[in-house]
Design a protein around this ligand. Structure first.
Ligand code: NAI
Length: 331
């Protein structure tokens, strides 16, 4: 008998990436809706659920899933801040895709940075209107500048490699510094004060929630550029907006946003967006917002699908999986 999976928040690019990997042994039912307390009952009769970054697996949802007979939550992403691991312990197993393509996210972070620094986003709109004026488009060069990298795991280190290619100096901060690093670690406050650009590559945890708040922004160099491709709640968005208005923050590149879960991945053109902070940030000439797309490459989607399917097969073969995440392991 095949393993039956409810696949939430399914987008056409997910289905295209997963279909080539599906065999006779696993059946997916693709649901467009996100997983939350209202939709959890759709999981009735399925062996597992496959979810992404903006699905919710809090205590209430986990209880629904257990009643529905679900044994496995297969995250098709690296981050797992949307799953209540403590509540899941002993009830069902949670697996993830720890790494798929650090290049995808690191390259997107650099793409956003170059775009905002050299004002490509503004030039693109101008020339489409046959406005060839250069006024207001002066940028600054990366060569010789200092990049502060918070979190030096797979993505942070790939981003550092790219920055070095641009001739940048690196200041790094990590709660668990790598022993074999070929760059300098400094305390967070030193990084904040000494960096021209700061890029966040740490996970969202109790420790890192609002790691960039009003106090952190006040410690930064005037005109600092902030890049966040990790998780929205690393940054206090209201404090960032104030920092931009006060010209303390010179530019921001945001692929994630604290309140993104009801907005990102959906088409709201023609609607009145109610989130004033997001609307104001998007309207700033020195802010670029992309909707959590840093992972979105052919290579990453294919690797995500392959690892997710292999996680599911591994778990249903012997009840264990090397990519399992548990409360105990994280605690
Ligand atoms: P990783 O686990 O390889 O690296 C995370 C690093 O953060 C580790 O070196 C760890 O020691 C460090 N860290 C943990 N707690 C910290 C703290 N309190 N302060 C400073 N550093 C801390 O993870 P990876 O693959 O590099 O991913 C990083 C993050 O990128 C993920 O947690 C996820 O939130 C985000 N991400 C975003 C994507 C997107 O599409 N925008 C796609 C994939 C990941």
């Amino acid at each position: 008998m095949s393993i039956r999976f409810a696949f939430f928040d399914a987008k056409p690019y997910d289905i295209a990436a997963f279909e080539p990997h599906i065999g006779q042994d696993i059946r997916f039912k693709f649901f467009e809706t996100k997983l939350n307390a209202d939709t959890a009952e759709l999981a009735h009769g399925f062996d597992g659920v496959c979810i992404f970054v903006n699905d919710t697996a809090d205590a209430e949802v986990i209880d629904h899933l257990c009643e529905a007979g679900v044994k496995l939550i297969a995250l098709r992403c690296a981050g797992f801040n949307n799953v209540d691991l403590k509540h899941a312990a002993g009830k069902l197993t949670v697996v993830r895709v720890p790494a798929y393509s650090p290049h995808a996210v690191a390259e997107h972070a650099m793409a956003m940075l170059l775009c905002v620094l050299r004002k490509v986003h503004r030039a693109y709109i101008r020339t489409r209107d046959f406005n060839f004026s250069l006024n207001g488009l002066t940028g600054f060069e990366l060569h010789g500048r200092t990049m502060g990298v918070v979190g030096t795991g797979r993505i942070g280190r790939e981003f550092i490699r790219i920055c070095k290619g641009f001739g940048m100096k690196i200041l790094a901060y990590d709660k668990f510094p790598a022993k074999d690093a070929d760059f300098d670690y400094v305390p967070l406050n030193e990084l904040l004060a000494g960096s021209d650009i700061i890029s966040l590559h740490c996970p969202l945890t109790d420790d890192t929630y609002h790691i960039i708040d009003a106090d952190a922004i006040a410690r930064m160099k005037k005109g600092v550029v902030l890049i966040n491709t990790s998780r929205g709640a690393l940054v206090d968005a209201d404090a960032l907006l104030e920092g931009i208005k006060a010209r303390q923050v010179g530019a921001a590149c945001l692929d994630v946003y604290e309140e993104e879960s009801d907005i990102f991945f959906e088409d709201y053109s023609g609607h009145i967006v109610q989130d004033d902070t997001l609307a104001r940030l998007i309207y700033m000439p020195n802010v670029i917002v992309t909707s959590h797309q840093a992972f979105l490459t052919d290579e990453a989607l294919s690797a995500i699908a392959a690892t997710t399917i292999s996680n599911i097969r591994e778990f249903f073969a012997d009840g264990k999986c090397q990519n399992e995440i548990s409360y105990k392991k994280q605690g």
